[in-house]
Design a protein. Structure first.
Length: 637
């Protein structure tokens, strides 16, 4: 395995030239499969009373014909007493029979795209049953989940079910609450073609009638929308990835007309896999395979163990591979939490650029990502209930992908690399989440456990809140070896009253020397006295683009240096403790407090002390230093 030097901060998926932006949008389109902007899809209450444990999927297809014949065997465990069992299935497909233990069962296909099967006897809670559904027909075309087309004149069939399309070509349980624990997929197709599905190929048997049946087994839990098949005249080449004993094949299914160029481009998969395994953990499905299968949609789709790809650009390879951890191993538990899939996949693709391309490309891409996010003044990463029914909103490139990725980066910036990456590794390893589902609070708990502090404010502002901040930065020389920085903020949307965040500010001497400082911005108008090794002549806000912000202004103050300006009494007002901030070259001799009657009520000789015993009110403070005397007012609250 090759190793890489990890150079920090973060980067967007593409550099956002016109062509790259088009490529990014194609990828989003493939993942959203947006045939309809509003889907009447909610958690189906009629499928909540059982847990799918196993499915055997037998499909017969011919890429030249828009048709599927299938036999799906489903084993399930009752979560409550069941007299019938319901599956999601479009009524455009016709079910010809349903059996249990070889006995025919009665069933009905209704207008709600449901198949409702009457069980021969009630299955009580905790007990299991198995039904076999035989069906056929031309799948529904509304979501384009099942496509028959051509490439270079050759027929091809492929599926693309995210988010709501699985029911259009096979009877399933489509909600984000129940992964199938394992599947076997058998694809019968003309024997001139090669078939693709999830998991490892077990066999490919010639049936002697011009068809071939290819068997795949996938032994990891998988949601219905990630089950996929594809059939055409693929050529195959295989790479080996991982590190023994966790090495595994990368099986690539390529259109013959693209075979030579694809081999060159797909060589990039190996260093990307190495990077992800080094940063996070071994590839989650290393007992089986990873792979790519070429298909006709723009962009790609992260079907478990085999991403369907329109092309093999590095950004697309990186994004879809990242989903194997974030989206496939741990799947968002609702479409409101889609950023757990898409924000992380976009961010991991950015890590590839960060580590392989260097800092300049990294900063440039983040700048463009931030520009897209802030092109509108509103929009949260986390979806509302209504938004979670809108396919276009679920797969918003601005919010779910780019803003989600930048929020991931800002967590890293706030927490620091060591804590951030450890928290993400803990999240991926959590046995309550691994190969199951997660919601936003699951991730937040892991982040807080390592960080050691609450992240409520961060999540409320940046994830649940809308919009972004605009900063006004003023910096000025403040005595020998120091500068004073004042930070003000406005917000683009009223849902957030103030965005708290550590800010990076770059000070320059005008001759090429720079000094970066980090200030923890907690209130509007906050002032910071910082050490700097030169007299400042320039100021730059957020030079490495750690923060989602826009319309920022910076000002270099030109006030003449005076001793009184350099001495700060804070916090003011205060109830308990007080601090005197002095330039490094100035020594404190004495601090004297006078009440409103002119009486001395307190003397101190250190820069930090308690004022807890003072009565509430206004005091006049005389500060005697090695450079002279300064007077300040102070309020005890």
């Amino acid at each position: 395995m090759r190793k890489y030097l990890f150079i920090l901060p973060f980067l967007s998926l593409f550099s956002y030239s016109q062509n790259d932006n088009e490529e990014f949008n194609k990828m989003v389109e493939a993942e959203m499969k947006s045939a309809a902007s509003l889907q009447n899809i909610q958690v189906n209450p009629n499928t909540q009373n059982y847990d799918v444990t196993y499915q055997e999927l037998r499909f017969t297809v011919d890429p030249a014909i828009y048709h599927i014949a299938g036999q799906v065997t489903t084993s399930f465990t009752a979560l409550s007493n069941m007299s019938n069992v319901t599956f999601d299935l479009t009524n455009q497909l016709t079910v010809s029979s349903v059996t249990m233990n070889s006995n025919s069962l009665s069933f009905v296909q209704n207008n709600n795209s449901e198949l409702v099967i009457t069980l021969p006897t009630t299955i009580t809670t905790g007990n299991s049953g198995t039904v076999v559904i035989t069906y056929s027909g031309a799948p529904a075309t509304g979501e384009q989940a099942f496509t028959a087309t051509t490439h270079n004149g050759t027929p091809v069939i492929y599926t693309l079910s995210e988010p709501f399309g699985a029911r259009d070509w096979w009877p399933c349980k489509q909600d984000l609450n129940d992964k199938i624990e394992s599947i076997d997929v058998y694809i019968t197709a003309p024997n001139t073609y090669t078939s693709v599905s999830n998991g490892l190929e077990q066999s490919a048997n010639d049936n002697g009638n011009g068809t071939k049946t290819t068997h795949f087994h996938h032994s990891y839990p998988i949601p219905a929308y990630l089950v996929a098949i594809a059939v055409t005249n693929y050529q195959i080449f295989t790479q080996i990835a991982g590190t023994a004993p966790n090495d595994f094949p990368i099986v690539n299914y390529i259109y013959p007309e693209n075979f030579a160029s694809a081999q060159t481009q797909l060589a990039q998969t190996l260093p990307i896999m190495d990077l992800y395994e080094t940063l996070f953990e071994p590839y989650p499905f290393h007992n089986e395979k990873y792979g790519h299968a070429q298909f006709g949609w723009g962009g790609g789709m992260e079907h478990t163990t085999v991403s369907f790809m329109n092309n093999f650009g590095r950004g697309l390879i990186a994004h879809e591979l990242a989903h194997q951890w974030f989206g496939d191993k741990i799947t968002c538990g609702s479409w409101k939490d889609i950023w757990l899939n898409e924000g992380f996949a976009t961010y991991l693709a950015a890590l590839v650029i960060e580590n392989l391309d260097g800092q300049a490309a990294f900063v440039s891409n983040k700048s463009n990502m931030i520009a897209l996010i802030t092109s509108q003044p509103n929009g949260a990463v986390y979806l509302t209930d209504t938004e979670a029914l809108n396919v276009n909103r679920i797969f918003s490139s601005r919010l779910s992908y780019n803003k989600g990725a930048m929020v991931v980066h800002m967590l890293r910036w706030k927490m620091g690399d060591t804590a951030f990456f450890q928290a993400i590794r803990n999240y991926l390893a959590d046995t309550n989440l691994a190969y199951k589902y997660a919601i936003t609070t699951d991730l937040k708990s892991h982040l807080e456990a390592v960080f050691g502090n609450s992240l409520d404010e961060f999540f409320n502002d940046w994830l649940y809140g809308q919009g972004y901040p605009s900063y006004s930065i003023t910096a000025q020389n403040w005595g020998s070896g120091q500068a004073k920085i004042t930070v003000n903020q406005t917000q683009s949307n009223a849902s957030v009253s103030f965005f708290e965040m550590p800010l990076e500010i770059r000070l320059g001497d005008g001759f090429g020397q720079t000094h970066d400082v980090i200030v923890d911005h907690l209130s509007d108008g906050q002032e910071f006295i910082v050490s700097v090794p030169f007299s400042i002549a320039s100021v730059e806000f957020d030079p490495n683009r750690h923060i989602i912000s826009n319309n920022n202004t910076v000002t270099l103050g030109n006030e003449n240096f005076e001793l009184a300006q350099t001495v700060t009494l804070y916090p003011n007002p205060s109830s308990y403790n007080l601090r005197i901030q002095l330039p490094n070259t100035v020594l404190l001799n004495e601090v004297t407090f006078y009440n409103s009657l002119g009486q001395i009520v307190l003397n101190q000789y250190t820069t930090d002390f308690s004022i807890e015993n003072l009565s509430k009110g206004v005091y006049f403070v005389k500060i005697t230093t090695s450079e002279g005397i300064i007077h300040k007012n102070f309020i005890k609250k």
